[in-house]
Write a protein of this length. Structure first.
Length: 329
């Protein structure tokens, strides 16, 4: 019995040795195999890290573009708001002008005033013209349009700036018609902007023959005439005198405007004095008349200043050149 127990113990120890060696071999194999797998894992981690960085860069770029677009959108909103305010202001000005026009369109007092003022500035009449004028006045003292005058050629210098077009254009056309009525028959007409641009380029440096049909064409063209203006009549006046002054012709210039933005009134007066000198009898060959059109009462300080300077300039020019200045309110 004792011998049998010793054999069992030996068998058990051998078995344990085998099992232990087996586990040791497995662990050894695992340890040998693990270093070979590390480069693959490291490469995988590095690849993922690069993708994350690239995505982060793209995210930052998208955030930057979004911020830039947001800033642009805010700027557009501000610009749109300013445009809406400008539109509202212009609509208010248009409503004011429309109301003012509706209130006076049936009233002839303004036209009577301008006609009366220009009548005082008519050039010297011949004996025959005085006789005809007396006959017309005796028949109807209120008729002014049929009075003949010795101005054979008429030039209109018209301010085409935004303030005139938006606020006074229809009124200007009405006054131009009234002025033409004072001269029922002339030998030549001309229409120029305050910059010296011709309404009809085919008549550049030439007189437009006067006729009822041509007068209608002039009025109709005026309603859609649009040309650049620097809100100063100086260029138009000097261009007209240089191009058309002729001692054999009696010429009248009519300036319609509301602003003078030039640097010096005295400089303009002196320039015109050289271009349109007086004769031995202290008379000029080209008379200069002017109509100053009103500006809104709530206009900016700059606009009010340029409007006053226009009045100052035209009073000096008309006084120096045998004409009359009419300021409308």
């Amino acid at each position: 019995m004792k011998k049998k127990r010793n054999e069992n113990e030996a068998f058990s120890l051998s078995f344990l040795d085998v099992i232990t060696c087996g586990f040791g071999a497995i662990i050894l194999l695992l340890m040998i195999a693990r270093p070979g797998s590390l480069p693959v894992l490291d490469a995988t981690f590095q690849s993922l890290d690069g993708i994350v960085r690239e995505l982060q860069v793209q995210l930052f770029d998208i955030r930057g573009e979004a911020k830039s677009l947001d800033n642009d959108l805010n700027a557009k909103h501000e610009q749109l708001s300013k445009w809406k305010n400008n539109v509202a202001r212009l609509e208010a000005e248009q409503a004011y002008v429309t109301n003012r026009y509706d209130s006076i369109k049936d009233d002839n007092s303004v036209n009577a005033i301008i006609t009366g003022e220009f009548e005082l500035a008519l050039q010297t009449l011949t004996a025959e013209m005085r006789r005809l004028s007396a006959q017309n006045l005796d028949s109807n003292p209120s008729i002014i349009g049929g009075i003949p005058v010795d101005s054979e050629y008429i030039i209109f210098i018209i301010d085409t700036s935004g303030s005139m077009v938006n606020l006074n254009w229809e009124k200007m056309i009405n006054h131009l018609i009234t002025t033409l009525d004072i001269y029922p028959n002339v030998k030549g007409l001309q229409i120029m902007s305050d910059m010296g641009s011709y309404m009809f380029s085919q008549y550049r440096n030439k007189w437009i023959p006067d006729s009822e049909g041509r007068r209608k064409v002039i009025i109709n063209t005026l309603r859609s005439w649009n040309t650049f203006s620097n809100s100063s009549p100086v260029e138009g006046i000097t261009q007209a005198i240089r191009s058309f002054n002729d001692k054999k012709k009696k010429i009248s210039i009519y300036v319609f405007g509301d602003e003078f933005t030039g640097p010096s009134v005295d400089e303009v007066v002196e320039t015109v004095r050289r271009l349109n000198p007086k004769d031995s009898n202290d008379n000029v060959n080209v008379r200069i008349h002017a109509v100053g059109f009103p500006i809104p009462m709530d206009a900016s300080a700059h606009f009010q200043l340029t409007s006053k300077r226009f009045s100052i300039l035209m009073r000096e020019l008309t006084h120096e050149n045998g004409g009359t200045f009419v300021g409308l309110n």
